[in-house]
Design a protein around this ligand. Structure first.
Ligand code: ZN
Length: 308
């Protein structure tokens, strides 16, 4: 029984319109679901992914309007890693991002940058047989596009404290000092720790809220039992409609989720039109007329991809 890599990464934005513009127009991802926070339906939960809305490519944002800029510290994910196919892809992104974000760092085999709110990303050429998870965008040739997550990097003061949960309960495999991989039948995702900065972390805009690892529907309850027996305090199984979720904090402090592969984003929308209209959880559908007017107006996520 293995987790199938990263399912999704959920982050925080204080500026939803700019967030839509950056992740769709600039990074070339597809908005695959536009919905509201299931705990507060007056703010968005926005999902970007490949063309199919596949687990392994899905970065999501809770909208906290007006939230101050956060800063990753111990117990927080500080970098989201993505795969690209070649050094030519790194050349492309170095140039494309150069006009959009503050600074773009090109190193051997990787490009790192921060999104407009300070969330750090790394694009890396990765040798893998995992399927590339790519979105269509007229300015981003498919062979140069982002290909899904490679993993996440977090800050931890004592990575060894997390080893028993990662290895014994979650079956992550050690891949070197403070690096683990969750590799299932279809995909793998890396989880690494770095030494934290001296300042404590501050949640807020531009920080990662949690990272979700992918489980089959059949294994889901067993992962919960395993987390429980390793000393974690998992939530009950929560039905998120597009997948089911279990949450717990791992010993280094990062909030983990185990999310199911399926049923998927097409369960309540035509796959051809994912993310184009506001989808409300069933419990909030009767409030649509009250909710829609209070939400932040967003740019058309397909504007950049529509051929005029
Ligand atoms: Zn999640």
């Amino acid at each position: 029984m293995r987790l199938d890599g990263v399912h999704h990464v959920t982050c925080i934005t204080a500026d939803a319109p700019r967030n839509v513009d950056f992740y769709t127009r600039v990074l070339g991802l597809r908005m695959v679901k536009k919905t509201v926070n299931q705990d507060d339906p007056t703010v968005y939960h926005l999902f970007y992914a490949d063309e199919e809305g596949s687990p392994g490519s899905d970065i999501t944002f809770f909208e906290y309007p007006g939230a101050r800029r956060g800063q990753a510290g111990a117990g927080m994910v500080h970098t989201v890693g993505w795969r690209v196919g070649s050094d030519e892809a790194l050349d492309f992104w170095e140039q494309r991002l150069g006009g959009e974000v503050g600074s773009v760092l090109r190193e051997s085999g990787a490009v790192t940058f921060e999104d407009p709110e300070g969330l750090r990303h790394e694009l890396a050429v990765v040798d893998t047989s995992d399927a590339p998870l790519v979105a269509g965008h007229p300015e981003v040739p498919a062979e140069l596009a982002l290909q899904g997550f490679d993993g996440v990097r977090a800050f931890a003061t004592d990575p060894e404290a997390s080893r028993p949960l990662l290895e014994d309960a979650l079956s992550f495999e050690s891949r070197g000092e403070s690096v683990w991989e969750a590799r299932g039948p279809n995909r793998g995702g890396l989880y690494s720790y770095d030494n934290p900065p001296s300042e404590p972390g501050v949640g807020g805009a531009g920080t990662v809220h949690h990272v979700a690892w992918a489980s089959t529907m059949g294994d889901h309850e067993t992962w919960r039992e395993r987390a429980l027996s390793a000393g974690a305090s998992p939530s009950p199984v929560i039905d998120r409609f597009w997948f089911r979720s279990i949450y717990f904090r791992e010993p280094s402090g990062v909030l983990f989720e185990i999310a199911t592969l399926g049923p998927g984003f097409a369960v309540d929308e035509d796959p051809e039109h994912l993310g184009e209209s506001l989808v409300l959880p069933p419990a909030f559908e009767h409030m649509r007329e009250q909710i829609e007017p209070v939400l932040t107006p967003l740019p058309d996520p397909r504007a950049a991809t529509r051929i005029s």
